[in-house]
Design a protein around this ligand. Structure first.
Ligand code: R2B
Ligand code: URA
Length: 310
């Protein structure tokens, strides 16, 4: 393992506890985590989640179930019923698996789906009294000027103007929150990725977060497109010049909310295609599966290293 200098204690948290920034919660008789199918009275959250140290989130249910199974093997844990149980079984909005101190949860597609998950997940961790929790998004993206399959560790999530900000309308006003990722964590993950350098490249770069897969990402193959191929390329080249290396749909709210609630956070995405070359994702299933495993391999290695040290 190469991670010698990493302390488990985090700044910005109350004794490492996940923060909630909401005084109204104290007056609730019961806190219903509706989209997770749990509450703090129907479930013993400290017993179920008090030991959580890592939360890994990714878009699809199938991928996050597969990641839990992959991680279980990597950590040498038994293939018991508990590690295979979907803890959100009361709802089909999200799926959650627990492998030792690691949660693997899907967040769906787009900022709204991610933000609903994070509100409820952070409250869950708060009620559980979990401490020193790291959160990592392992996802897919479109690369800019990169060989497909390159993995990007995000330095910051940027908006359509390439600013490291997430803007959310709240009570009729636009509220702006910073979206820098945790610098140390990003460097640690980059260090871990060197283990896999012979299999695939990993780089650090900014990640453009959009509210749409088609026009929002400058694609030419949606149902509506009123710009030219030259205008598309011009925008993507500007993005590249501003430091953007990949495009996806959740990193901005993920970074903003994790920063607010005091969790160290990272985004590690594989790139399925080079957007300077095209828009359609047409590689074979086998190739795409291999690409999608790449962030999982880095993160599993990272978690293994951290757990060996504690
Ligand atoms: C990456 O892939 C999805 C769209 O295909 C979206 O959730 C994202 O961020
Ligand atoms: N996910 C995205 O959001 N964009 C892509 O191009 C590929 C995956």
């Amino acid at each position: 393992c190469i991670l010698f200098s990493i302390a488990m204690a985090h700044d910005g948290m109350d004794n490492g506890k996940v923060k909630v920034l909401n005084p109204h919660l104290a007056s609730l008789q019961e806190d219903v985590l509706y989209h997770l199918g749990m509450s703090n009275t129907t479930h013993d959250l400290p017993e179920m989640f008090g030991d959580v140290k890592f939360v890994c989130v990714g878009g699809s249910m199938g991928r996050m179930k597969a990641f839990a199974e992959f991680l279980r093997g990597e950590l040498g844990l038994p293939r018991d019923e508990e590690s295979q149980r979907n803890l959100c079984e009361g709802t089909d909005r999200y799926a959650m698996y627990k492998v030792g101190p690691v949660l693997s949860i899907n967040h769906g597609m787009g900022v709204p789906s991610m933000s609903i998950l994070l509100h409820e997940l952070f409250k869950l961790l708060y009620h559980a009294g979990s401490r020193n929790v790291l959160i990592i998004r392992i996802g897919t993206s479109g690369g800019i000027g990169l060989e497909p399959g390159t993995v990007v560790v995000s330095h910051a999530a940027v908006n359509y103007k390439f600013e490291a900000l997430f803007e959310q309308p709240i009570l009729g006003r636009l509220v702006s929150r910073p979206t820098q990722m945790d610098e140390t964590l990003a460097q640690e993950l980059l260090e871990c990725s060197k283990q896999f350098a012979e299999d695939f490249p990993t780089i650090l770069g900014d990640t453009l977060c959009t509210n749409d897969f088609y026009e929002g990402q400058g694609r030419l193959d949606g149902a509506i497109c009123k710009y030219t191929a030259a205008e598309k390329l011009n925008y993507l080249k500007h993005a590249y010049a501003a430091g953007v290396r990949n495009i996806e749909m959740e990193s901005s709210v993920f970074a903003a909310m994790s920063n607010e609630c005091g969790l160290r956070a990272a985004v590690v995405c594989t790139t399925l295609l080079n957007r300077l070359e095209g828009d359609q994702i047409s590689s074979s299933h086998a190739v795409l599966s291999d690409y999608q495993l790449r962030p999982q391999r880095i993160i599993a290695y990272y978690i293994k290293c951290k757990l060996r040290k504690t």
